[in-house]
Design a protein around this ligand. Structure first.
Ligand code: GLU
Length: 325
């Protein structure tokens, strides 16, 4: 299993800090809170949001309802969130795709990831996986690479959207291995998985929580994972680091953000409610059973983490000369 110490080493957990209550808003929340998921149902963003919405609502004393606003690799939803009123009644799921990967690769992105949001907390870090349809002619990394090298352009890969982590990291994989597979973007990992399971697309780059049930059921074959070390749920699958591709060996994250200017007392209230929700062993188990690691860092730590991830992806884009075309 990946430990918190290893996550610390990966920069995903900066410290384990207990919630500080801060100044509590008296009136907030006094109506339903919308939690925006900038991807389609069935992906990891949706999974984490739906696990959290009920316990978060309980801790806040108001209902938290999940709304999917998919499109553009998460950019459609994130742009809407950036322009929303900072009153705490619309919060969003922040992913590595919307806050770091897409802002790094997309020069026309309609928001400033470092200034247009108020980070609250990173709920969980998740491994990533490249998996194939069972009819793909290889079942392990060596065979996978050999098959791609033998047949440049024969295969396609599904991702959760243009400019997202699946797109960017697979392009990085292609660049480092000298292989070519065609990108097919979807409105989230949910629809990307549907087509890969259906055999319309042979390869998928996904975050583990959404792919794992299909791997367990034999509908997808895992080839290689991005994680600090081999996963106890997939002990035979190597990490990108093991196969010599350390730059691809980065995890995804799923946190909470609001529009910029979210009042500090609202931030603290949502942060503390998230910590309360994650203190419930049943909620923790539901998240950990997906292959995720709970992070629950402070708003300041999450702000620094987003900045650091953005810098990493900017570096990757510049070094590999990756573009959206
Ligand atoms: N791959 C996306 C990300 O990590 C999320 C995919 C989805 O939830 O559909 O940002």
């Amino acid at each position: 299993m990946v430990s918190r110490r290893q996550l610390f080493a990966c920069g995903l957990v900066t410290a384990s800090v207990l919630a500080s209550s801060g100044v509590w808003a008296q009136a907030y929340p006094n109506k339903v809170i919308r939690l925006q998921v900038p991807f389609a149902p069935g992906g990891t963003t949706d999974i984490v949001a739906r696990v959290m919405s009920e316990p978060l609502g309980k801790a806040l004393g108001q209902s938290v309802i999940v709304e999917n606003r998919a499109g553009g690799g998460g950019v459609v939803g994130a742009s809407e969130l950036a322009r929303a009123a900072p009153d705490g009644y619309i919060l969003g799921m922040a992913t590595v795709s919307t806050t770091a990967a897409n802002p790094a690769i997309n020069p026309k992105i309609p928001y400033d990831t470092l200034n247009d949001f108020t980070p609250i907390t990173n709920i969980a870090a998740t491994p990533n996986v490249i998996a194939v349809h069972p009819s793909f002619p290889a079942k392990d990394y060596k065979g996978f690479l050999a098959e791609l090298k033998k047949n440049p352009g024969k295969y396609s890969y599904a991702s959760s959207g243009t400019g997202g982590i699946g797109h960017l990291q697979t392009e990085l994989f292609k660049s480092l291995t000298g292989t070519f597979i065609t990108h097919i973007p979807y409105r989230g990992a949910g629809p990307a998985l549907n087509d890969t399971i259906g055999g319309q697309v042979m390869v998928i780059f996904d975050n583990l929580p959404s792919a794992l049930p299909h791997i367990r059921a034999g509908r997808l074959v895992p080839i290689v994972v991005a994680a600090p070390q081999r996963l106890s749920v997939l002990p035979d699958v190597p990490t990108f680091k093991e196969v010599g591709l350390e730059p691809v060996n980065r995890m995804a994250f799923y946190g909470l953000i609001g529009p910029k200017g979210l009042p500090k007392d609202v931030v603290n209230k949502v942060y503390n409610a998230t910590r309360t929700a994650l203190n419930d062993p049943a909620v923790r188990k539901r998240i950990e059973d997906t292959g995720s690691l709970i992070v629950a860092n402070t708003p300041e730590q999450f702000t620094a983490q987003i900045k650091a991830e953005f810098e990493v992806y900017k570096g990757v884009v510049a070094k590999q000369k990756l573009t959206l075309n």
